[in-house]
Ligand binder design. Structure first.
Ligand code: LRH
Ligand code: MN
Length: 381
């Protein structure tokens, strides 16, 4: 039973995790980094080949811009993966200094909306059903712009994108407390994202990036609430010690990831209608192993969450047995699920140890030798 549920797990890796990334202080280049979206897909296919549960890859436009998106989607299929969410980018153009869809100048707003609609065209061309919208829009000083007017502009753009979506398509609106804006961020929290999506309809849902909250935020509460409202569209999984650190999911706080997956499973969110996406940057560690480890971290947290004895938990909760209820959850969390997952991988025809199997495969040595010359992919920031 639990193995069947784990066998059906689907985690989406981000194309940008395979490219160079860093901080404002330094972007460290690495050997063998892809030079184009085709090579990024090839690396993502390795993560699926060794974990068996990472069959889709999120793209980011323009970082993954190509002449023929249908050909790119075919290339993905030939590699055994598929194009997942299309991520818009209205945060790197000089015109967007004061905002994109919320900019005071309607000319800039129209340009930003044009990009969002282009991303829907790319969904049509690649067969993707999900558009992920994150806006860096915000202000840095009180008085810089009118908070309410910016919300009106945002709502207008979201309505236009919503209108353009096909019947089987949806968009996920991402919120973030701050950065790059440091006074007001126009979509700063789940409530703002939820309110905008509620007004629009079922094709608009909220994505929870686990690095986008104020310290101390109970993220699993947000997850439980959004699931109850049928407004949880997906996750951008990563982890952090301080701010939007974009570290490997589960690395900084594996217990939080377990609590999140516990609420996902309990709230009916463990299924194809919720996108489990990674959104990470491997600034210093090797990228493909970093993604394999991240997928395994989500898998381990999921296995532990599936092990929770929910009947015993419900009984303890009904009885007001605080310690008993907590113990039921901690028993599952403290269970070593690695032997179970090793068995599952063997039953799936995979090596029980994906990290060791990838290291033995020689793939890194191959790409390090082949990918010489050309411009390594990155954020281009
Ligand atoms: C913003 C964000 C968003 C992406 C970007 C790569 O911080 O989380 O999801 O577009 O990272
Ligand atoms: Mn994100």
């Amino acid at each position: 039973m639990i193995k069947d549920l784990l066998r059906g797990q689907r985690i989406e890796t981000p194309s940008w995790a395979y490219g160079n990334s860093g901080t404002r202080f330094k972007v460290f280049a690495q050997q063998g980094v892809p030079r184009d979206p085709y090579e990024k897909l090839a690396d993502a296919a390795q993560v699926h080949a060794f974990t068996g549960i990472a069959p889709t890859v999120a793209l980011h436009i323009p970082w993954d811009r190509v002449d023929d998106y249908a050909a790119l989607a075919r290339h993905a299929r030939d590699l055994g993966v598929a194009v997942g969410a299309i991520n818009s980018n209205v945060f790197q153009d000089d015109d967007y200094k004061l905002g994109s869809v919320t900019h005071p100048d309607p000319v800039v707003r129209r340009k930003a909306l044009g990009h969002l609609l282009e991303c829907v065209d790319i969904m049509d061309a690649t067969g993707s059903d999900t558009l992920k919208l994150w806006f860096s829009d915000g202000t840095n000083y009180p008085g810089q712009d009118d908070i309410r007017a910016r919300q009106d502009r945002l709502a207008e753009a979201l309505a236009a994108v919503y209108e353009r979506l096909g019947d089987d398509q949806r968009f996920l609106l991402e919120y973030k407390l701050f950065e790059p804006a440091f006074y007001v961020t126009d979509v700063p929290d789940w409530g703002t994202a939820y309110a905008h999506c509620l007004k629009l309809g079922d094709k608009a849902q909220v994505v929870v990036d686990t690095g986008h909250h104020a310290p101390g935020t109970n993220i699993e509460f947000i997850v439980a609430f959004l699931l109850r409202e049928r407004k949880l569209g997906g996750f951008d999984f990563n982890s952090r010690f301080y701010a939007d650190d974009d570290l490997m999911v589960g690395a900084a706080d594996p217990f939080q990831l377990f609590r999140i997956m516990f609420e996902v499973i309990g709230g009916g969110g463990y299924g194809p209608h919720v996108a489990f996406m990674l959104d990470q940057c491997h600034n210093i560690e090797p990228k493909i192993p970093g993604q394999i480890r991240s997928v395994m971290n989500v898998q381990e947290a999921t296995a532990k969450a599936l092990l929770v004895d929910r009947e015993a938990l419900a009984a303890a909760q009904r009885a007001g047995d605080v310690l008993g209820a907590n113990a039921v959850l901690m028993d599952a969390y403290n269970t070593d699920v690695r032997p179970l997952l090793g068995e599952l991988r063997e039953e799936m025809g995979l090596d029980p140890d994906p990290m060791a199997a990838y290291a033995r495969s020689g793939y890194f040595e191959k790409i390090a030798a082949e990918r010489v010359g050309g411009a390594q992919a990155g954020w281009g920031a």
